[in-house]
Design a protein around this ligand. Structure first.
Ligand SMILES: [Zn+2]
Length: 216
């Protein structure tokens, strides 16, 4: 399974944070990527951060191609300018999209104390469940940051699947799903490149890296 991560689409409507600038993809490029994904059941599309462009640009382009995606929403940003409102999250749900938790305040989950981690993993999830009126059982780690403690808390919390940003491919049924962040430089050829990086040797090296990361 190849998991793709999108953040903002189109022209950014606000000043972007440091690393965020490299993750906004213009609408044309986004649509070209979707065209390459259409008809492939080995590619999963995800969106992080709950930008308003999820609904303005992402949703119509997905719907036009019969594609679905999982949208990882930051609960504490709901209704803020340039981000999704609760009604827009429900619009995504009604269109057959899945909603996942991307935490409360968009901070790295690694290194948080117990109370802060609880707010990110449990309270934010509860808020999102109230919005969609259904269980939210998938999460995506902000900044792709996690460690053994975060993994333990997510497992105890009963999350069905957790998405990282570790690149490469992931087993379809794996609990921890590596994703590939799409940048303005990515296009349909990126899908081929990810597959090539996922040769048996590359996968073994990746697993060794992950094992270290998970236990850090
Ligand atoms: Zn994020």
């Amino acid at each position: 399974m190849t998991n793709l991560t999108f953040h903002g689409l189109g022209e950014p409507p606000r000043a972007l944070d440091g690393g965020e600038a490299g993750t906004w993809v213009d609408a044309k490029r986004f649509e070209a990527l979707l065209d390459a994904v259409a008809g492939r059941d080995d590619v999963r599309i995800t969106f992080d951060d709950g930008n308003a462009s999820d609904v303005a640009i992402g949703l119509p382009a997905l719907a036009a191609r019969g594609l679905t995606a999982t949208f990882f929403v930051v609960a504490g940003r709901l209704g803020r300018e340039h981000f999704l409102s609760a009604a827009q999250v429900r619009e995504l749900r009604d269109a057959g999209m899945r909603i996942g938790n991307h935490g409360m305040r968009h901070r790295a989950w690694r290194g948080l104390d117990a109370a802060a981690l609880d707010e990110e993993l449990r309270v934010a999830r509860r808020m999102l469940e109230d919005v969609v009126g259904a269980p939210v059982d998938e999460a995506a780690c902000p900044f792709g940051a996690y460690d053994r403690r975060v993994v333990g808390a997510l497992r105890r919390g009963g999350y069905r699947r957790v998405f990282t940003s570790d690149r490469g491919t992931a087993g379809d049924a794996a609990w921890l799903q590596a994703r590939n962040t799409m940048t303005p430089a990515d296009g349909p050829e990126t899908l081929t490149a990810i597959g090539a990086r996922s040769s048996p040797a590359a996968r073994a090296a990746g697993r060794a890296r992950l094992a270290v990361k998970r236990w850090r």
